[in-house]
Design a protein around this ligand. Structure first.
Ligand SMILES: Nc1ncnc2c1ncn2[C@@H]1O[C@H](COP(=O)(O)OP(=O)(O)O)[C@@H](O)[C@H]1O
Ligand SMILES: [Mg+2]
Length: 395
């Protein structure tokens, strides 16, 4: 008996490992070997870095921008890692993600410690002063330093003095310190840096455009090509489906990770299209949940009114006046001042979030009171949303 079980267990374990391996591969901190669609950016960054670390290289600065999920972090890290592998410790690379700093000024402490390799505690002021001094002087023996600041947007303080200090280091050409700043906003240098420093960036500015659906699909396909945890035909389909809901590659990868988790939970042997579809449904629901949570009190009461209407009648479609009746009574219960103008305005918001679907006007339904609408989410999901909503005034 026990004997016949062993191979199954071994096989199960293998499947588990296969999917777990895939999960690891899709982890956000995992930088893939290959970055399709970013060849141009890779070349530019590589050329820039080669010039600053060359024997007569000078201090310099580069600014990289693009919306989240466009591969900025992965690209910069890949180029630096490849260069490190190639030329060894002839330069020092320091990577700091500003979003991870509790206080943006901690940045100076982190850089100081990386450079000095000193494990002793050091205060922000001391670290900052030391660094300012260090980069004012010229030390031919010190290897060039490359400081990557990711999520630079989080370093912005009211007076901009942090960013000013950091970029100012690069104005001493022979100090051989280079800053690569990565941010979400395109025009941050114009807004945050002095004219002198912004103009020093010159052509060292790089924009990462959002990936197109085709690019997302091909990247995903490439990332999954060497795994057998996915059913073959699923890889392509998953790529296409995932690309259709989001242009943010990170979201696309999260969907695949979730699909793999679902397969693991279900003790399935491979990740199938059903897992991908369930994962997509969950993701879409969580996007809608985010919208729901952003609603005003009137928005919540309108959504509650729509849900109540559908629940009490059992009919999917309803008209504005039916919804409005419930809305007014809910508002009264909450001490809110409900009125038609607000309700109509919010219906438009709810409709843009696809939480409520408003039928197109026909000749007979110009009149708002008779406008036909329905819930944009399954009834159960709507009820779950409302259950999760806690009135801030209630205890
Ligand atoms: N061209 C690409 N090929 C493969 N994976 C990519 C590519 N671009 C981004 N990724 C992956 O997508 C995710 C998001 O990329 P990331 O570099 O963090 O974006 P950003 O820094 O612009 O927000 C990461 O998991 C990254 O490894
Ligand atoms: Mg990033």
């Amino acid at each position: 008996m026990a004997k016949s079980k062993t191979p199954t267990r071994a096989a199960n374990k293998e499947v588990k490992n296969l999917i777990e391996d895939l999960l690891k591969k899709l982890h956000t901190s995992e930088v893939p070997e290959d970055l399709p669609c970013r060849g141009e950016q890779i070349n530019k960054i590589e050329k820039f870095l080669r010039s600053v670390i060359s024997p007569n290289g000078e201090s310099s600065a580069m600014y990289i921008s693009g919306v989240p999920g466009t591969g900025k972090t992965a690209t910069v890290q890949t180029v630096v890692r490849r260069l490190e592998d190639e030329v060894g410790p002839t330069f020092k690379a320091i990577y700091i993600n500003a979003m991870e700093l509790i206080d943006p000024k901690e940045f100076f402490v982190r850089v100081y410690k990386e450079i000095t390799q000193d494990s002793k505690r050091v205060g922000i002021t001391t670290a900052r002063r030391h660094l300012n001094l260090l980069f004012q002087s010229i030390d031919r023996k010190r290897p060039p330093i490359i400081i990557m600041i990711d999520e630079l947007d989080h370093m912005c303080t009211k007076r901009q003095e942090l960013i000013y200090d950091i970029f100012n280091w690069t104005t001493n050409e022979r100090a051989r310190v280079t800053v690569i700043a990565i941010a979400n906003t395109l025009d941050l240098p114009e807004r945050m840096l002095s004219q002198r420093i912004a103009s020093r960036l010159g052509s060292n500015r790089l924009t990462f455009e959002p990936y197109t659906h085709q690019q997302i699909q091909s990247i995903i396909t490439a990332r999954l090509s060497d795994t057998t945890a996915f059913d073959d035909q699923v890889v392509e389909l998953a790529g296409r489906k995932v690309a259709a809901i989001s242009g943010d590659l990170r979201k696309a990868i999260e969907i695949l990770r979730r699909a793999a988790e679902l397969a693991l939970d279900a003790k399935a042997s491979r990740v199938s299209l059903e897992h991908v579809q369930s994962s997509i449904a969950e993701t879409q629901s969580s996007i809608r949940m985010g919208y729901f949570q952003s609603l005003s009190e009137h928005g919540i009461e309108l959504f509650r009114a729509a849900t109540t209407q559908v629940m009490t009648t059992g009919v999917e479609e309803f008209r504005f006046y039916e919804l409005f009746k419930h809305y007014l009574s809910f508002c009264a219960g909450q001490g809110l001042d409900g009125n038609e103008l607000i309700a109509r305005e919010i219906i438009c918001t709810l409709s843009s979030m696809r939480l409520i679907i408003v039928a197109a006007t026909t000749a007979h339904s110009h009149n708002w009171w008779h406008r036909k609408m329905q819930l944009g989410v399954p009834l159960q999901e709507a009820l779950d949303f409302l259950k999760s909503y806690k009135n801030p005034d209630s205890p």
